[in-house]
Design a protein around this ligand. Sequence first.
Ligand SMILES: NC(=O)c1ccc[n+]([C@@H]2O[C@H](COP(=O)([O-])OP(=O)(O)OC[C@H]3O[C@@H](n4cnc5c(N)ncnc54)[C@H](O)[C@@H]3O)[C@@H](O)[C@H]2O)c1
Length: 327
Amino acid sequence: MTILVTGSAGRIGKRLAEALLQRGERVRGFDLRPSGITHPLYAETPGAFDDAAAAGAALEGVTAIFHLGAFMSWLPQDQDRLFAANVEGTRRLLEAAITARVRRFVFASSGEVYPEGMPESLPVTEDHATRPRSAYGLTKLLGEELVRWAGRSHGLPFTILRFSHTQDAAELLDPDSMFSGPRFFLQPRIRQQEAFGNRAAVSALRAADDGAPAMVMARNEKGRPFRMMITDTRDMVAGLLLVLDREEMTGETCNLGATLPVDFGTVLPAMAEITGWPLRIVDLPGPGVFYETSNARFRILTGFEPAYPFERMLEEAATAWRAKRMS
Ligand SMILES: NC(=O)c1ccc[n+]([C@@H]2O[C@H](COP(=O)([O-])OP(=O)(O)OC[C@H]3O[C@@H](n4cnc5c(N)ncnc54)[C@H](O)[C@@H]3O)[C@@H](O)[C@H]2O)c1
């Protein structure tokens, strides 16, 4: 039995591949980049998902696939690459999976298939309308539809998991992290908003910038701090492992992530205390981010219980921060 993990060089894919190897599974990675994993039961197929020959080679002899690889970008100039990797790439992998008669196709979708930032009800459950607002969310929804179609038309056994926002604990206090930099640190957030062309946000943020390193607590225009789900990579991996052997997860679509949302009003002061950097509170134009997905369905179906709530992640992030300062 060989299990294919796409995105094997990525945050979640690499950890999942390592966890599967630890369970004694034979694992193949498929990514544009090398994962750096060395293990007697591990092999790698380098290549792009939308390359039919590479996808065919990656799926040869495979019994199950975790399709975790994707291109994540919210920049308008990245849209061609986004649709090629996430939509055409998923179609190619499905084609190859049907030919290889795989017994399980697990697809990493995203909470962005819902209208993030404008939910009709909270917490967002699986029956909430799917109306993505970002092009990235749209590529994930199109990916889901391709997966369901392969299930309907070709009998491909699939499971779709809509991932919450996911990070490594050490990333939380890393200003260079693609996620945490713009989320929690002032200057990276200014650069991000400049790249998005959000002029009003840029001027609000710049007004708080005196040039020294600082953290930022984003609030909406009414002064309400943002709130969102942040899940530890290890919890996502634990959830993914639960799916593999459960027949009852075939054909299911579930949210996967932490149980409770993270309130920026509570955590940012604690984060600033750890870094020793000043905390700038900035009210950004617009309704802001107040987002909460429910993992209840997945927990009921699999017994999943996240082990790394945000407070625990932050403790580890603090250790990583101090270690970096001392090195
Ligand atoms: N991390 C999150 O917050 C989050 C939230 C929701 C959904 N997801 C989904 O979970 C999955 C894993 O996320 P992650 O944080 O590990 O992502 P990541 O960016 O760390 O890893 C993605 C990997 O996919 C590879 N890749 C991208 N385009 C490719 C292509 N065309 N061909 C081959 N390889 C390609 C990249 O090289 C990278 O190693 C993705 O599908 C992502 O969309 C992630």
